[in-house]
Design a protein around this ligand. Sequence first.
Ligand code: SF4
Ligand code: SF4
Length: 430
Amino acid sequence: MSDSIRRREFLGTAARTAAAGSVVGRALSAAAGEAEAPATQPAAEDKLIWRNKQPTMTYARLGRTNFMVSRMIFGAGGVYSQGGSTRLLEMAIERGMNYLDTGRPYAKSEQTLAPIAKKHRDKLWICSKAGDLGWPGMKVKRSEDAKAARMYTEQLDDSLKALGTDCIDCYMVQGVQHDWVVTMDALYEAFEKAKKAGKVRSFGLATHTGVATICRLAAKTGRYDVVMLAINPNSADELKPTLDAMHKADMGIVSMKNVGPIRGRPQAFDEKYGDMFAGQKLSPYQRAYAYMLFRVGVHAFNTHAPTITILEENIKVPTLKLSKAELARLERRVLAEARGACRHCGACSQACPKGIRVADMLRSHSYLHNYRDPNAARELYESLGPDHADLCAGCRTCVAACPESIDHPAVISSLRVTLARDRTGGTPAA
Ligand code: SF4
Ligand code: SF4
């Protein structure tokens, strides 16, 4: 049994008594027991798009899309990249989850999801993504606008076919880490053309590296309806101006990589702090997700839920009712737990004299140890190129550039041992 499965059960009292299925207002300005959703620009009731509204979920308006998104969304890439049963997704839909996150880079994910996407099409907002314009394998250069547009269009067509639908609600550019991709006119024109043809409703991007720069620029362009960004409690404060700009531009905001480095040993902080909630026990994961919803004010958090236990735990978070005092305690604890987490600033990659994609190495390490997903870890590691880790000279320039002084050479060295293919053609170490 994994550490994740052993996570402590939330007692559920708060969730059962929550104001079910409600649309809520502003983050943390609420009175006790009214942990609320982010400040977004109002929209007329008749403009709101509701799907799969259930009393066991809360919803927020996803920016100018006007879609009422469930505040927990289902990240299907990690769960279904290798195929498998969609029972977990069915369970989430039964509980009111209404946003399906997938993408071309996630191997078999779209094909696996096709039957359930078809069966529940009217209940789901389907978001998929084009790869190779960022993570995991960049295949365009700065001036290759026509190629980028063609790649977006072709991948959108492939996604439509794989998912068995004639329209995707949001088609994002995955893993954006270059400013010139954000502002590329040809890419947006490709989206607009597809939108006119009825293939897609809204435009978006996902970003894990240099997130402040990428998201601020995305807000400035006015082109992006939804952004999914890597953010955790350790980086939330410095990203606040960026989030404010995104709210001002009325963009939908979905958080991912919410938890920081906890997943490797989730019970560690419980031992340290003990129970702080009368009548409730929240796992470190629930606390981080609650922080994202009720303090940071994202519209929804994206979660990796590979087991029923984890799904059950995560799906309770949107309906938590926490008093102001409980929220204050939660905030202190979450910040302590997330201390030292990567802030996704990208400084380590930029600093490396050998051109090593250090931040991607760190993410691969996180997939391996925090998410317990060796396939995703290996896929990312191998996408960086053969022997990429071997380029590391151990100079520690990356460590000096990192605001958290993360020991990247140690991470790279451990990946080399764990994930590098045996040069003789034998079995990888793990
Ligand atoms: S220690 Fe390795 S990864 Fe870090 S800057 Fe030096 S060569 Fe690059
Ligand atoms: S420099 Fe540090 S905080 Fe920034 S992306 Fe690299 S590891 Fe993360």
